[in-house]
Design a protein around this ligand. Structure first.
Ligand SMILES: C/C(=C\Cc1cc(O)c2ccccc2c1O)CCC[C@H](C)CCC[C@H](C)CCCC(C)C
Ligand SMILES: C[S@@+](CC[C@H](N)C(=O)[O-])C[C@H]1O[C@@H](n2cnc3c(N)ncnc32)[C@H](O)[C@@H]1O
Length: 266
């Protein structure tokens, strides 16, 4: 995806009407990493209208528990400045804002304009003052428009698996984190247990995709299975973080090994 300067798309912010949001990039011309990144951007734009509801339905609401765990593992505290990378419709950003409070700051970054539009719409419906500290940014996880050592914590929920250049994304997270701070990366677990892999695939084939078919999104949700199969194991994620410079990294399996959360300290 070319995160080019000057691409502007409207994202509605509370009380300010429609504001143009620039897709930011620190580099003048970011060469397209690969067409599959564009395809993924299109995919997440397409599923944006039903994304939240299908997550609630298909995980029986469990994904909210997993996201709460990811945010807790991030170590975000009152007054912190934090980043939710690949924020999508904003679930983790909203949870982070409850942690940092009105005195803190939450940046939600995503390259899907439709997902960001849903996030901004959801924010407009929320009245607690903490939600006003969230800012939605159009950008690419592999080319963050932030300074070095800017954030006290980073979360990434179901994002890293979908990023084409994961090494670059991990190095960018390291760059923008303050020393001693954490990144908490929640995603499906690419299990070494064949029974877990079988059950994940079975659920996707026999529950998730049939449900998505009702919305004409079968292909988009079929991608889920292939993306999990092409993901990294917990051990490989720990190595990825270490090679990016993180001083420690631990991957925790949750929900019977269906999901996993990497916690790395800069
Ligand atoms: C929040 C969840 C998934 C987010 C998500 C991530 C992606 O990369 C996608 C790619 C393409 C389409 C959609 C997504 C997407 O929604 C996890 C929960 C939602 C899942 C869709 C449900 C998966 C069901 C599990 C395989 C089994 C759950 C067992 C649980 C104990 C009930
Ligand atoms: C499955 S959604 C996760 C959304 C949200 N974090 C959650 O937990 O529900 C993955 C998100 O990652 C975004 N994404 C994928 N690759 C990206 C990239 N290179 N840069 C920015 N966002 C990206 C997609 O647009 C999508 O909104």
């Amino acid at each position: 995806m070319a995160a080019l300067l000057g691409i502007v798309f409207p994202v509605t912010f509370p009380g300010q009407g429609q504001l143009p949001v620039k897709l930011h990039s620190r580099r003048r011309s970011v060469v397209k990493s690969s067409s599959s990144s564009d395809e993924r951007q299109t995919l997440f734009n397409r599923i944006a209208p039903v994304y939240d509801n299908l997550n609630d339905l298909l995980s029986l609401g469990q994904h909210r528990i997993w996201k709460n765990m990811a945010v807790s593992w991030s170590g975000a505290r009152t007054g912190d400045k934090v980043l939710d990378l690949c924020c999508g419709s904003g679930d983790l950003a909203f949870l982070l804002s409850e942690k940092v409070g009105p005195s803190g700051k939450v940046m939600g970054l995503d390259f899907s304009s439709e997902q960001l539009a849903v996030a901004a719409s959801r924010q407009k419906l929320r009245v607690r003052s903490c939600y006003k500290c969230i800012e939605w940014i159009g950008g690419d996880a592999t080319d963050l428009p932030f300074d070095d050592c800017e954030f006290d914590a980073i979360t990434m929920g179901y994002g890293l698996r979908n990023v084409v250049d994961r090494d670059r994304a991990m190095r960018e997270m390291y760059r923008v984190l303050k020393p001693g701070s954490r990144v908490s990366i929640l995603d499906f677990n690419k299990s070494n247990q064949s029974v877990t892999t079988f059950m994940q695939d079975w659920m996707i084939d026999n529950v998730v995709v049939p449900a998505a078919t009702l919305y004409d999104l079968a292909k988009e949700y079929e991608y889920l299975k292939y993306s999990i199969n092409g993901y990294l194991t917990g051990e490989e994620l720990e190595t990825l973080a270490s090679e990016a410079g993180f001083s420690s990294a631990r991957h925790y399996e949750i929900s019977g090994g269906f999901m996993g959360n990497l916690v790395a300290v800069r």
